[in-house]
Design a protein around this ligand. Structure first.
Ligand SMILES: Nc1ncnc2c1ncn2[C@@H]1O[C@H](COP(=O)(O)OP(=O)(O)OP(=O)(O)O)[C@@H](O)[C@H]1O
Ligand SMILES: [Mg+2]
Length: 271
């Protein structure tokens, strides 16, 4: 991908839909076919708007992670178009890297530094920050995720929830306005889930654009402005959470979480 995007070119980019919402990402007819013949995305068309909290739900293998990898330019589509703030990805690689951060499914794989502070500093250092400015960024990011005081800690000794919060700190330290969270609750116990949910709530209050990929709707649906159902590489439905769930008929491997767990005998996912 080519580099260097000036603010001027970004300002020129047309990226508004009729309702006035600014489409941060515009994805059109996106197809991904792997060399082994697997058609993992079969023509996805989707807008992601600035400042929204978008929940993309879909069962294992539906294409959630792959779709985000394509959005970030980490994998090339077989066909279709992706625009970020109105520009094709190859014309905005630097802006994309600066503005959009992804917290991967496997928090361990994202750890780079020997200490929590070093790990958080990695991204902003790459953006050219150093000295006091870098130190301030790192402190602010660690504070935002509640890891202040753990700067000298070895990241691998953090709990699962803390590791995920560390990954978010790295994204915040880079100044990313958009945060993509891939299966943010995977392998977390209840306190870990609560930690991550508090962070999601804070990011939302801070007006970040949030994209959350999960099949665990019951944990986070309350925060979603919009729900997208992805199934076998196709978007089957999208809209307000309530209306999408009302249309669901137990299809697409997504379970409607609006059921009561008040009685012990209800505490099972086996209907
Ligand atoms: N390199 C590859 N070669 C062939 N197929 C691939 C490759 N990478 C991904 N796939 C396929 O693409 C599909 C979508 O995968 P993806 O990881 O996006 O699913 P997902 O929705 O994130 O699932 P999960 O909930 O398990 O994380 C899967 O069927 C997967 O096997
Ligand atoms: Mg995935």
């Amino acid at each position: 991908m080519t580099e260097a995007l000036t603010t001027e070119t970004l300002a020129e980019a047309p990226a508004e839909e009729a309702s006035g919402r600014e489409a941060l990402f515009s994805v059109k007819d996106l197809v991904k076919i792997f060399p082994n013949g697997c058609r993992a995305l079969g023509g996805v068309t989707l807008d992601i708007y600035r400042g929204e909290c978008l929940l993309i739900a879909g069962s294992n293998g539906s294409g959630k992670t792959l779709l985000m990898r394509l959005l970030l330019g980490l994998s090339d589509p077989s066909a279709g178009e992706i625009r970020f703030r109105g520009l094709p990805l190859d014309r905005c690689a630097a802006a994309l890297r600066r503005e959009v951060g992804m917290v991967f499914q496997d928090a361990d794989a994202q750890i780079i530094g020997e200490t929590v502070a070093e790990d958080t500093a990695f991204g902003p250092k790459n953006l050219g920050l150093s000295g006091e400015a870098l130190g301030n960024r790192v402190s602010a990011a660690l504070e935002a995720v509640g890891l202040e005081g753990k700067g000298d800690f070895a990241p691998r000794r953090l709990s699962g929830g803390e590791k995920r919060r560390l990954a978010v700190a790295g994204v915040l330290a880079m100044g990313c306005e958009t945060v993509i969270l891939d299966e943010p609750f995977a392998n977390l116990d209840w306190p870990g889930v609560v930690q991550v949910l508090r962070l999601i709530r804070d990011l939302k209050q801070g007006r970040k654009t949030l994209v959350i990929l999960t099949h665990e709707l019951e944990k986070v649906l309350a925060f979603a402005d919009r729900l997208v159902i992805l199934d076998r590489g196709l978007i089957r439905d999208q809209g307000g959470s309530e209306e999408v769930l009302n249309r669901l008929r137990g299809e697409y491997g997504v379970r409607d979480p609006r059921r009561s767990y008040r009685r012990v005998e209800d505490c099972t996912w086996l209907d």
